[in-house]
Design a protein around this ligand. Structure first.
Ligand code: 4LI
Ligand code: NI
Length: 193
């Protein structure tokens, strides 16, 4: 069973690496890891188990957070209709997204971040995600609301991105996401990186 001791914290190099794709169909070891990540979320959301093992509640976790630099994420939360949505995905990727952006009013938290970081984390309002489930079956699904934000936060971990990287340091409560073409440009004479 995974506990908070298995979760690495900010400053650990693995959180800044780009994770490697997994085998498809997934191998047994990766399936076990992904199942343990899904179990962690379930346990963390159960008040009795969370108290007994001192688990911080989470709705998403990515393999790099348990120091495994592979492209695997687990998400477990309710949707806008209050129905449980649970996913364990290998090699998830956002294949399309809305132009519209959104953000969590109360900010984002992360199991790998032990301090409160305030500010607007711009996210796409709606995304379409492709990935492979525990059976190696292809999954293509659209998400919106909190679920869409959680998927974007977890997929960011696979690319070495922390949520606070997306907070504008000069204007932490800025509410818009600049178009891709202008991200990473500090001065207009600099080439795109
Ligand atoms: C108890 C039992 C207020 C503060 C509101 C709690 C069961 C923050 C929100 C939970 C905030 C559960 C969450 C995330 C935020 C805040 C994650 C409570 C667990 C709400 C999940 C990955 C960002 C995801 C909405 C700094 C560990 N989760 N709240 N952000 N919940 N939870 N994130 N933001 N302000 N993080 O954290 O799992 S995407 Cl389910
Ligand atoms: Ni996180």
């Amino acid at each position: 069973m995974l506990t908070m001791e298995d979760i690495i914290r900010e400053g650990h190099a693995t959180l800044r690496q780009v994770a490697e794709p997994t085998d498809i169909p997934p191998n047994e070891e990766d399936k076990k890891t992904l199942q343990s990540m899904m179990d962690f979320l379930l346990h963390s959301q159960d008040p009795e188990i969370a108290e007994e093992y001192n688990l911080r509640p989470g709705v998403g976790i990515a393999a790099p957070q348990i120091n495994i630099p592979k492209r695997m994420i687990a998400v477990r939360t309710t949707n806008h209709k209050d129905e449980l949505e649970e996913y364990g995905l290998f090699n998830p990727k956002i294949i399309s997204h809305s132009a519209e952006t959104t953000f969590l009013e109360s900010g984002e938290g992360c199991l790998s971040v032990d301090r409160e970081i305030t500010g607007t984390v711009p996210r796409y309002s709606r995304i379409k995600v492709e990935g492979y489930d525990l059976n190696g079956e292809k999954v293509v699904k659209r998400f919106r609301g909190f679920l869409a934000i959680v998927f974007q936060h977890e997929i960011d971990h696979l690319n070495g991105i922390m949520f606070y990287d997306r907070i504008d340091e000069d204007d932490p409560y800025k509410e818009t996401l600049p178009p891709k073409e202008v991200i990473n440009r500090t001065e207009h004479e600099e080439p795109l990186s």
